[in-house]
Design a protein around this ligand. Structure first.
Ligand code: SF4
Length: 443
């Protein structure tokens, strides 16, 4: 990790006449440029010492955001205080899904759902708590605890938040998706995962009362078609062999043929799901990325090959499948690698087995930036150019996003003429520009 204290010290000593905010911005730019270009920050400041702040900032921004400054009008940059602490770093170890403690809300302690966890994790400590709400009131958590979250499972009765419309993002075209909240938290470690923002989460929360959702859904469902998925706040399948969710969900949704239910995963954990009969409206989907990104950014998830092999097995069993190129991560060489993934996908799976493919470039709330820097200080994804986007999330510049989608769509259309491709959380101008190229293929 770069020596942040020496950058700060240097700035303090050499730019002592600047106010605190200016010093913070200069330190931040020194840090990001030296990380991105892999050079000592002292090399950056040659000839800058005696200049005024605006001049220095302009020179540094040019060096940090060369693409943006050539291609975007009035970009807004995010230059937060450098605040990275080694004790927050996530220690990447061998992965084993075996919680040390399983907390159970007291009213659930004798239900069969809990017994399944007792059978499967007999060495874990089982602890009865009055309720998750009470437990949270009495405990505080921070980033260091978040690193240990897979040691703690919480089996709860979901009372408020089982089902809702995907909030999408401000000013984006939404794809009319609904979320079934089948738990909160995930044992995998994707560097970019937005769940990291919930560092007050004490562990992985697992609801036990799916029947309450079914009761609610029967009342809620009117006549229109729906798409629902359970992979928003967790991975849909990582614990499926123990929770048994897929059997109940498939059994329930088979009677709603106009509702598409999606299990979204980065795992290869399909054996239990395959025990159910397939129906046309049940879709099993995988997020896809080049193996380089999986290896560097999606720790503990299944390899690309394992994801595609699992998808092939699901199609052979009669299931429909979906794929999400989301987040698409930009780096030098991305085009070649993503084209290879698209080709690999269609070499193995016929277009008519695929219900949908989504595309979404990496974006995140500004506050996630510091969390990623702390947990994964060696990450390379933040070295690219992120600026405030239309929804105030940090995004690649618009022209770059458009070019990425155009290329991806081209790769896909070369192999599959009709599969439904949609953009996730993107703004109208990009949809419109792409629709002109790919008429009638979006929703
Ligand atoms: S698989 Fe999904 S939910 Fe799990 S860590 Fe990765 S991005 Fe987050």
């Amino acid at each position: 990790m770069l020596n942040i204290s020496s950058i700060k010290k240097f700035v303090e000593e050499n730019f002592s006449h600047f106010g605190i905010n200016k010093k913070n911005e200069i330190s931040r730019l020194f840090y990001e440029i030296s990380k991105r270009q892999n050079i000592n920050f002292l090399k950056i400041i040659k000839n800058l010492k005696d200049k005024n702040f605006s001049y220095i900032k302009k020179i540094l921004l040019k060096r940090r955001y060369p693409y943006t400054l050539l291609n975007e009008k009035e970009p807004r940059f995010y230059l937060p205080v450098l605040d990275i602490h080694p004790e927050n770093k996530f220690p990447i170890k061998k992965f084993k899904l075996y919680p040390k403690r399983i907390y159970i809300e007291k009213e659930l302690k004798n239900i069969s759902f809990v017994k399944r966890f007792k059978r499967n994790f007999s060495k874990a400590e089982f602890i009865t708590i009055p309720s998750l709400k009470d437990y949270l009131k009495a405990h505080r958590y921070d980033l260091k605890d978040y690193n240990q979250r897979k040691d703690n499972f919480f089996i709860v009765k979901e009372r408020y938040d089982f089902f809702k419309k995907c909030p999408c993002t401000k000013s984006a075209i939404n794809c009319n998706y609904f979320i079934l909240n089948l738990g909160f938290g995930c044992p995998y470690e994707c560097i970019y995962c937005y769940l990291q923002e919930y560092t007050n989460s004490p562990g992985i929360i697992i609801p036990s009362n799916l029947e309450d959702f079914f009761r609610y859904f029967k009342r809620f469902k009117k006549s229109s078609k729906l798409r629902i998925g359970s992979g928003e706040f967790t991975d849909s399948l990582f614990l499926n062999d123990i929770t048994g969710y897929s059997a109940s969900l498939i059994d329930f949704f088979k009677d709603y043929p106009d509702v598409y239910f999606e299990f979204k995963t980065k795992s290869k954990n399909i054996n239990y799901l395959l025990k159910s009969k397939p129906y046309k409206n049940i879709v099993v989907s995988w997020s896809l990325n080049p193996q380089k990104i999986i290896k560097e950014c999606e720790f503990y998830t299944a390899d690309l090959k394992e994801r595609i092999e699992s998808a092939v097995i699901c199609t052979q069993a009669g299931f429909k499948v979906g794929f999400h190129f989301d987040p698409i991560i930009y780096y030098s060489g991305w085009q070649r690698d993503y084209k290879e993934v698209v080709d690999y996908l269609f070499d193995n799976i016929k277009e008519d087995r695929i219900s949908w493919i989504s595309l979404g470039t990496l974006r995140f709330n500004p506050r996630l930036k510091k969390i990623i820097e702390n947990r994964f200080p060696e990450n390379r994804i933040l070295d690219e150019e992120f600026i405030f986007g239309f929804d105030n999330k940090l995004r690649y510049p618009r022209t770059l996003r458009f070019n990425i989608y155009k290329k991806m769509l081209g790769f896909i259309r070369k192999r599959a003429k009709y599969v439904w491709v949609y953009l996730c959380m993107e703004e109208k101008v990009i949809w419109q520009a792409l629709e002109n190229r790919d008429r009638h293929q979006f929703l």
